[in-house]
Design a binder for this molecule. Structure first.
Ligand SMILES: Nc1ncnc2c1ncn2[C@@H]1O[C@H](COP(=O)(O)OP(=O)(O)O)[C@@H](O)[C@H]1O
Ligand SMILES: CC(C)(COP(=O)(O)O)[C@@H](O)C(=O)NCCC(=O)O
Ligand SMILES: [K+]
Length: 253
């Protein structure tokens, strides 16, 4: 059994795998890291490997306490990946984006792929049908958008997706024309991000008529329902990709 750990900028996501089968998931913050890993390893004593990919500021040493019990592997730029990295600054490419690209290549062979990860940031990653990683884009995620509007102005309140869902009584429809400060902010953040993602997809389509789209990250389900483009959301894609990247590395070392 393998425990995959994805350290993002907001949360830590972890999953236990038996081969390719995902058995369990746990999401927690950095403060609860030690406690939660201990709980998972006690629940799944057959875990032999712990694989970590991080873009957050968690010290690698936090994991080493389990070094006697399991093999610990940190995914790095030296890890073998199933694609050629054409990013002009490959060493600054986020480890999460590399793992997503890896999962896209391993799960969807021989096609153009666009991976959209809506987490702290929204990241776009494009890997073409020759398995060349080309790059993509980075923009602020939903929570970040709400927070900067409040943090960098004198008069805007701090709102969130939770206010939005409560205010709108889970209604999927969001007014284009916000008729209050609150509704204007929700329109700007939610309509803004939805239009951004649909707009990106449409622009990619002008250059690449055919590609598959993978939408993942903490806001994937929320966004998938609202996009004009039909997209299958898989919140676990990064964790699944981490498991597959480790299997690929084991075969190619
Ligand atoms: N319980 C939660 N705590 C924090 N963010 C959440 C939660 N549920 C959903 N989200 C959304 O998920 C996003 C963070 O996604 P996530 O994939 O965990 O980010 P990261 O990988 O950058 O840590 C936030 O923008 C927020 O809107
Ligand atoms: C862009 C990111 C901050 C996204 O982080 P996340 O939203 O997944 O927490 C991360 O992938 C990162 O630190 N990247 C380094 C820069 C780059 O990928 O070019
Ligand atoms: K992201």
């Amino acid at each position: 059994m393998l425990l995959a750990i994805d350290v993002g900028n907001t949360r830590i996501k972890s999953a236990v795998f038996e081969g390719n089968t995902l058995l369990d998931i746990a999401i927690f913050t950095k403060l609860d890291l030690q406690k939660n890993i201990q709980i998972i390893l006690d629940l799944y004593p057959k875990t032999t490997d712990l694989v970590v990919a991080s873009v957050g500021n968690v010290d690698e040493r936090a994991f080493l306490v389990w070094g006697k019990r399991v093999n610990i592997y940190f995914v790095t730029h030296k890890t073998p990946f199933p694609f050629q990295n054409l990013y002009a600054t490959p060493l600054t490419l986020g480890m999460d984006r590399m793992v997503l690209a890896s999962g896209a290549v391993l799960q969807f062979p021989k096609q153009n792929r666009l991976v959209i990860d809506a987490g702290t940031c929204v990241t776009y990653d494009f890997i073409n049908n020759n398995d060349n990683y080309l790059g993509g884009a980075i923009s602020p995620g939903i929570r970040l958008r709400y927070e900067v509007l409040h943090g960098y102005t004198a008069n805007l309140p701090l709102l969130s997706i939770e206010n939005f869902e409560k205010d709108k009584n889970q209604d999927l429809k969001l007014d284009l024309i916000g008729n209050s400060t609150q509704q204007s902010i929700h329109s700007g953040v939610i309509n803004g991000i939805v239009n951004e993602i649909d707009g990106f997809i449409n622009q990619y389509r002008e250059q690449y008529p055919k590609f598959i789209i993978i939408l993942t990250g903490g806001d994937a389900d929320f966004l998938a329902k609202r996009l004009k483009n039909t997209i299958f959301a898989n919140s676990n894609f990064l964790l699944e990709s981490l498991n597959q990247t480790y299997q690929y590395k084991t075969k190619n070392d």
